[in-house]
Design a protein around this ligand. Structure first.
Ligand code: AMP
Length: 564
């Protein structure tokens, strides 16, 4: 377990950063979305109103409030509103299917869900709410658009909208904000830095979905660590591009929290589409651009075809997945931007390391530990002895950004710490100068475009099919996303399911990105000496031989969203 005295040190609650930005830079844009702006003063007022509105729904300190939203101003307003009243934010991926949402709602004890009137999202939550006590706050997408775009959306994209039925458990954004017209003092007792702020779902090292408990102190500490590591972030002057989804821990900190901490403008994009991204960069002139390697790779392809003007950007930060050296070098040569790689995970709020601008870059390295953080390399086997520089082992982390544990999972929490340091499930080494190099993972995850996919979740979904006898899922190389899931299955006697049948079946259990790219049905599957299904044998098979890599998917303007 981490040292809570350290984690809960004299830091302030997260939303104090917003109050400070609003008092120092009231007229400065906090958010830009679809060409509209919200100043820090306006955002702070909206957060007060939303907090009071949530209180009128019964939210108190500790209430779990879910956010199931694409990147829109609502995501920022309700994130800080929940925190301001001492409630706990639960981040939801709006692309999850109904079952996944229902599971996360039940596991976290989410009582109120803030969502949006989009056909891709709302019907799933209405279905969950019909069988539970969940209350919904429904925000209108058109309400966040400038008048012209709002009218066009209503006229031409009607099918993308969904309506909520009248119900005493569903409240519209407008009604909620009216309740909050006269904000009451929102916090009964002041929010303390050691209070729980966010439940961030992850598979951790075991692949079982669970929530990392991140406190206000964890999240504030991580902002401070990044700010002091970056050295030259200018208060009130940066413009941070938010194309990564804010429900993902990387964007939550490196886009939203960091922007608020430095009174920067966050430029929010609801999804990744290359033409929109290029237009937004041209019109909004961001200076800081955090993204995953897949997005930089798509930009490289585009920049090699035509001139891509990224001159406004000073700082690109890649995280979430390994950044291929070739992508970094080509990106920098074509765009003239510096591209630094960072490393982190949900359990560490997330930033652990990156290369500060004033330190030499070492090829293939994820940089050095951010201030106040210790990276230890330990033997992956008990008793997890400390290993010297140059030796490979499990990366373990100590620092004020390390979670206090997994929500309601004391056993998994206990297994995840060794002598107070967090076990990451990643394998790496430190060189003599303290630079971290990642070489492998012992945890069973597939990283597709920076998004984690847990083979175990897919395997369990496959086992729900009555004809499936055995199922193994591995990550296979994918030229665009880095990795993609592939399933191997054997069927019970008499079973006649085809790959297409199984794929259609999985659609109810898994979101699009989790669906295996390929399902191979075999007579038998390789086993280990003790008779367990052998992923290792299948991985070896998949990595060898010609044709292991599938044909490259189209890049450039057609590059698919890495998160869908
Ligand atoms: P998550 O908890 O979803 O943020 O996923 C964290 C995991 O992503 C880490 O434990 C690593 O396995 C992986 N990861 C994050 N950053 C990097 C990186 N720069 N290089 C390689 N893997 C990374």
């Amino acid at each position: 377990m981490p040292d809570q005295a350290e984690a809960g040190s004299a830091l302030r609650p997260l939303d104090a950063m917003l109050r400070e930005a609003a008092s120092r830079f009231p007229g400065h844009d906090a958010i830009r979305f679809a060409g509209r702006g919200w100043t820090y003063a306006a955002l702070d007022r909206l957060v007060d109103q939303a907090a009071a509105g949530l209180q009128s729904l019964g939210a108190v300190r500790g209430t779990r409030i879910g956010l199931c939203l694409p990147n829109t101003p609502y995501a920022v307003i309700f994130f800080f509103a929940a925190l301001r009243l001492g409630a706990v934010v639960v981040n939801f991926n709006p692309l999850y299917v109904e079952r996944e949402l229902a599971h996360q709602i039940a596991d976290s004890g989410t009582e109120i869900m803030v969502t949006i009137d989009l056909a891709l999202v709302l019907p799933k939550l209405l279905a969950v709410a019909a069988n539970t006590d969940l209350r919904l706050v429904v925000c209108p997408i058109c309400g966040a658009l400038p008048p012209g775009k709002s009218l066009l959306f209503r006229l031409f994209r009607r099918r993308d909208l969904a309506r909520a039925p009248a119900s005493d458990r569903i409240v519209s954004y407008a009604a909620l904000m009216r309740r909050g017209d006269c904000p009451m003092p929102v916090a009964v007792s002041p929010v303390a830095p050691g209070d729980l702020a966010v439940l961030q779902y992850t598979g951790g090292t075991t692949g079982i979905p669970k929530a990392a408990e991140l406190t206000h102190a964890n999240l504030v500490a991580n902002c401070e660590q990044v700010v002091s590591g970056m050295r030259d972030l200018r208060e009130g002057a940066e413009r941070v591009l938010g194309v990564l989804p804010l429900f993902h821990v990387f964007a939550m900190t490196s886009v939203m929290n960091l922007a608020v901490r430095t009174a920067a403008t966050m430029i929010l994009m609801p999804r990744f589409a290359l033409p929109d991204l290029l237009r937004t960069i041209a019109s909004e002139r961001p200076t800081v651009f955090p993204a995953v390697p897949t997005i930089y790779a798509a930009l490289v392809e585009e920049a090699s075809r035509r001139r891509v003007d990224l001159r406004s950007i000073r700082l690109c930060v890649s995280g979430g997945a390994p950044l291929p050296t070739e992508t970094r070098q080509r990106f920098m040569a074509l765009t003239g931007c510096d591209l630094m790689e960072g490393y982190g995970l949900s359990e560490t709020s997330p930033v652990v390391s990156f290369t500060p601008p004033d330190m030499p870059y070492k090829e293939g390295s994820a940089g050095v530990a951010v201030p106040g953080t210790t990276i230890e390399i330990r033997s992956p086997e008990p008793p997890h002895a400390l290993l010297p520089a140059g030796e490979r082992g499990e990366i373990c982390i100590r620092g004020p950004q390390v979670m206090r544990g997994y929500w309601q999972r004391p056993d998994e929490t206990a297994q995840s710490f060794v002598e107070g340091a967090l076990r990451t499930g990643d394998i790496g080494y430190l060189d003599a100068d303290g630079y971290l190099f990642l070489v492998d993972r012992i945890k069973d995850i597939i990283i597709a475009g920076g998004y984690n996919i847990y083979p175990r979740v897919i395997e369990e979904a496959l086992y729900q099919h009555p004809e499936v006898k055995e199922a193994v899922v591995i990550g296979v190389p994918d030229r665009y996303r880095g990795q993609a899931p592939k399933a191997f299955v054997t069927l019970r006697e008499g079973g006649a399911a085809t790959a297409e049948v199984l794929r259609a079946f999985l659609g109810d259990y898994l979101s699009k990105i989790e669906l295996p790219r390929e399902i191979e049905i075999r007579e038998t599957l390789p086993k280990t000496l003790i008779g367990k299904l052998s992923k290792k044998a299948l991985l070896e098979e998949a990595s060898g031989g010609p044709g292991a890599l599938p044909p490259a998917p189209p890049l450039g303007p057609e590059a698919p969203d890495p998160f869908t």
